[in-house]
Design a protein around this ligand. Structure first.
Ligand SMILES: *Cc1c(COP(=O)(O)O)cnc(C)c1O
Length: 433
């Protein structure tokens, strides 16, 4: 039998982990996962942990859903892989149709990619090339929000507004206007700032890109629906595209299927990933027919973009089954019924000394802790992570912000347990300060 030490030795010798400091990792005593079922991870020694972050915000249907396993097995037996350039297949075609039927109004075209970053990357490229082909080649700049996270390719990272993620690549990322967010500055001031910027620079702005309602990597920060409504109106008036990055917020994470529904607005481009396919890497960018039409004409007007695994049959078949499960298991109704448990728990944690603020939206709740180093590199959140691990939950902090973001299918008893471990772990970490 392969034991924990053997796996860890191979890992320490050869694996380069994402967003992980090398020296700190060597001191870590990480969970070595062997199995997962529902909302639970099980390590190689049989210890169980609640998956408090849905495995980086992906597993909204929990782990090992039997219908997903079956969909994957059926698809691999019939058609394992084929490209999507000059050829097509059932899973991709029917998935595109089903996705458009559920999407905000006006989104009628689906460009498939294979992760969230490239779903954003292609939105950037569609925006630039569509303006060029509509006689506005000078519209090449982007506006994103302070604290934004849109992925890790150079294009997507250029939109990012988290300073520690940008710093190593300073001077190489393309320039992007970063607008203040409502919150600290106050709603009216934040909107006035972005409005002045968009009006002044509209002649060279291709698009405004946002994570609607909830900024994930910024520390699960929320902002009001009216901000999105005003942004939509501003973009329309200024001939600027609005891109909604729903890679995290889509698929019911914030309550409705898409976070833009809180505001009743439809974007011109929308990016999906993460929970979109649950298991196999897969992403998509949805666009209006008007944008698609900008690419009609001679061959040199085509979108010169595409990834080897875009629209891959495995991911597409899974994504179709995910949509069917959302319907059959009324996943959005489940979110609505469990969301108050999270908002109540966050409200109670707000009263703890050492807690700066709390917030929740849908099945996500977050707590900002005082007393540690502020920001993404703070270590107080990691102490909460350690405490939670000891108590049987797997969290992943964002600096001094800790959050829960469980599978949407988590049972009520498991959610209660997760929330109580979360609260106890915060208390223990704060007391040890
Ligand atoms: C995770 C995330 C991405 C990037 O997705 P990957 O699959 O990691 O490339 C983009 N945008 C948002 C909002 C995300 O949360």
């Amino acid at each position: 039998m392969i034991v924990r030490d053997r796996i860890l030795a191979a890992d320490r010798a050869h694996v380069w982990h994402p967003y992980t400091a090398a020296d700190a990792w060597e001191l870590e005593d990480p969970i070595v996962v062997a199995r997962a079922q529902g909302s639970w991870l099980e390590d190689i020694d049989g210890r169980r942990y609640l998956d408090g972050n849905a495995s980086w915000w992906v597993a909204s249907l929990g782990h090992a859903h039997p219908r997903l396993a079956r969909a994957l097995a059926d698809q691999v037996a019939r058609l394992d892989h084929v490209a999507l350039a000059g050829i097509t297949h059932e899973a991709a075609a029917l998935l595109a149709e089903e996705l458009c039927a559920l999407a905000p109004p006006g989104l009628r075209r689906v460009f498939f990619t294979d992760n969230g970053s490239t779903a954003v990357e292609v939105a950037v490229k569609i925006a630039i090339q569509s303006w060029r082909q509509r006689g506005r080649p000078e519209k090449t700049r982007f506006v994103a929000l302070e604290g934004a996270f849109h992925g890790d390719t150079v294009g997507a990272a250029s939109l990012g507004g988290v300073e520690v993620f940008r710093r190593p690549f300073a001077g190489v990322l393309f320039e992007c206007f970063h607008a203040d967010l409502p919150g600290e500055a106050g709603y009216a001031r934040a909107f006035a700032g972005i409005e002045a910027l968009v009006r002044r620079e509209a002649h060279r702005i291709a698009a405004v890109v946002v994570e609607p309602m909830l900024q994930g990597a910024a520390g699960m920060r929320t902002y009001p629906a009216s901000f999105l409504q005003h942004l939509r109106a501003l973009c329309t008036e200024s001939a600027v595209l609005l891109v909604a990055d729903e890679v995290f917020t889509g698929y019911g994470r914030t309550g409705p299927m898409w976070a833009v529904e809180h505001a009743g607005v439809a974007p011109d481009l929308m990016c999906v990933g993460k929970g979109f396919s649950q298991i196999v890497p897969m992403g998509a960018t949805l666009a209006t027919e008007e944008l698609y039409d900008a690419f009609r004409g001679p061959r040199d007007r085509a979108l010169m973009y595409g990834h080897t695994f875009c629209g891959n049959p495995m991911g597409a078949a899974l994504a179709r089954e995910v949509l069917a499960i959302y319907r059959d298991e009324a996943i959005l109704a489940q979110v609505a019924s469990k969301a108050p448990m999270i908002s109540r728990a966050m409200g109670a944690l707000g009263a703890l000394p050492g807690v700066l603020r709390t917030r929740s939206l849908g099945l996500t709740g977050a707590v900002d802790l005082a007393g540690g180093e502020e920001g993404y590199l703070g270590d107080l959140g990691w102490r909460v992570y350690q405490e939670a691990k000891r108590r049987g939950a797997y969290l992943r902090p964002l600096g001094s912000t800790v959050y829960v973001c469980p599978p949407l299918t988590i049972g009520e008893a498991d959610l209660e347990l997760l929330l109580s471990i979360f609260g106890e772990s915060i208390q223990a970490a704060l007391e040890a300060r």
